[in-house]
Write a protein that binds this ligand. Structure first.
Ligand SMILES: *Cc1c(COP(=O)(O)O)cnc(C)c1O
Length: 504
């Protein structure tokens, strides 16, 4: 039977000619270069209502039946995104823990997509697999973890923590939970972490069937670090009740205030009770590269597993997280299956065997390339500078009577605005509640104005402004500008808000 001519000389509507690709690519790279050049002069955030953003997009438009010009699509997408996005690459972006992206990392992502290596199996991605393995070793080396550990790149800190969690389960469980599941009449496994732990632990306990009741929230000291005596007590109590303590999680920098738990102490307790010691270093793990002798951070080298987040302090563009597990075989114990349709050589690394994903993108490339560009010394310098700038802010705030500085750790500083005439009554009602409302409004106003971007923390019931510098573009001049902005916006919001909320 004759094949139709359209299959003989196939033209797929998705393809671009080499000339088209070249020309569109050059234009895009020029536009992104211009964006980087002018980023400081742009608003940090557009401060738009979701309805406006949907209108600009035309979000009600139906799926196109037929295609259209790729040149125009790319140029429209560039405009939509650059006019209606929050720029975490802006020197005054200090919200949450989202870093400015490394320019070389942007190009790396383009290259990774160009080759489109599937780093699930070695035969599909020989060089990419080896680059990922080297990246994992270099990351371990950077934070002082054994370089013969197991590990892999995942989407972010949450997934990296999940990998540690599942390795713990594989190592500690006294029955084959992967096969049997969590059902049956068995003593419950328990998990210990401080009140400052990130929400990933809820997700892990929930999604892997332990239930969030398995989490023991250990109270913190006034420095927001886990109270070690309380940890020991809680474990002892649970053992007496017949529970099975599975793991303790130490924070190498909590998400709210950057507090670093007494990691060597948690390691000691885990050893004492035969528990798994996991460190959540998604934020602060890389600060171990700059930590001095005697720092609690260095205790992460004793952990059975560590989660770090290259899309935070290694400045990788989203997404890139990394899980490290001291005993490499445990990753296989936690994840591997061998279906008949995968006949991959076991001599080589096949990452589908070592983690939750099957097909995997080449996240490691952007991390590997920037590690080469910057080196250990460059990261030491940049992470150290971020911490010094946060410290500088903490010092500067001391000279401003309407700003109360609250905490400083790693590169996070928290503070709040307190109008001079309310200072005396700040901790009594109704002023305390008013100050919470006031600072929440200040944060929203600052965010909408686009002058800078901070997020918040709640500490002892107080709503605080929180700035976290994971930003290699921030300078001392940017820090110096903060008190004036907070005082100005704070005064304006207070004048508008107080009469409606606080009737003295
Ligand atoms: C950011 C963060 C996480 C979550 O990481 P994602 O990359 O957002 O998934 C977990 N723990 C800590 C301490 C973090 O700072």
């Amino acid at each position: 039977m004759d094949k139709p001519e359209s299959l003989r000389r196939r033209t797929a509507p998705i393809d671009l000619t080499a000339d088209q690709f070249r020309s569109m690519g050059h234009t895009l790279v020029d536009q992104i270069a211009e964006l980087l050049e002018t980023i400081r002069r742009r608003p940090v955030s557009p401060g738009e209502h979701p309805d406006d953003v949907r209108r600009y997009l035309g979000s009600a438009e139906p799926l196109p039946e037929n295609g259209s010009e790729p040149e125009k699509i790319l140029s429209d997408a560039f405009d939509l995104l650059t006019e209606h996005s929050v720029y975490n690459g802006h020197p005054r972006f200090w919200g949450y823990i989202t870093s400015s992206p490394a320019p070389l990392g942007m190009l790396a992502d383009l290259l990774a997509a160009g080759v489109n290596a599937n780093v699930g199996g070695w035969p599909l991605a020989p060089m990419a697999t080896e680059i990922e393995a080297q990246t994992v070793r270099w990351i371990a080396d950077l934070i002082g973890y054994p370089t013969d550990c197991g590990g892999l790149l995942v989407s972010g800190g949450t997934l990296a923590n999940f990998v540690g969690f599942l390795a713990a389960r594989a190592a500690i469980a006294d029955r084959d939970l992967r096969t049997l599941g969590m059902g049956g009449d068995h003593p419950p496994y328990t998990i210990y972490t401080s009140e400052g732990c990130h929400t990933w632990i809820y997700k892990a306990a929930d999604q892997y069937g332990f239930g969030t009741d398995a989490i023991r929230w250990i109270p913190t000291n006034p420095t927001q670090c886990m109270n070690i005596e309380k940890l020991d007590e809680a474990i002892r109590r649970d053992i007496e009740k017949g529970c099975k303590p599975m793991m303790a999680i130490g924070a190498a920098g909590t998400v709210s205030t950057g507090a670093v738990d007494a990691l060597p102490e948690i390691a000691r307790i885990c050893k004492k009770y035969g528990m798994w010691f996991h460190v959540d270093g998604a934020y602060g793990g890389f600060a171990a590269a700059v930590a001095g002798e005697g720092s609690d951070l260095l205790g992460l080298t004793q952990a059975d597993s560590v989660a770090v987040d290259p899309h935070k302090w290694l400045y990788a563009p989203l997404e890139a997280g990394c899980a490290l597990v001291r005993t490499p075989e445990l990753l296989r114990d936690a994840f591997s299956y061998h279906p008949p349709y995968y006949r991959f050589d076991v001599e080589a690394t096949n990452y589908f065997d070592l983690g939750p994903q099957n097909s995997r993108g080449f996240r490691a490339l952007k991390v590997w390339m920037t590690l080469k560009q910057v080196g250990r010394s460059g990261y030491r310098q940049m992470i150290g500078d971020d911490c010094r700038l946060a410290r500088a802010l903490y010092d500067i705030l001391n000279d401003h009577p309407v700003i109360e500085r609250v905490t400083h750790a790693l590169s996070i500083t928290t503070f709040r605005y307190i109008p001079a005439d309310l200072r005396e009554q700040a901790s009594s009602e109704p002023v305390a509640s008013y100050l919470n409302k006031l600072n929440e409004e200040i944060q929203v106003r600052i965010e909408n104005d686009g002058e800078m971007f901070v997020s918040n923390a709640v500490l002892e019931g107080n709503y605080l402004l929180r700035m976290c510098i994971v930003n290699f573009r921030t300078t001392l001049a940017d820090i110096d500008a903060i008190p004036e902005i907070v005082e100005r916006v704070g005064g304006e919001v207070d004048r508008a808000l107080r009469p409606t909320v606080l009737t003295a």
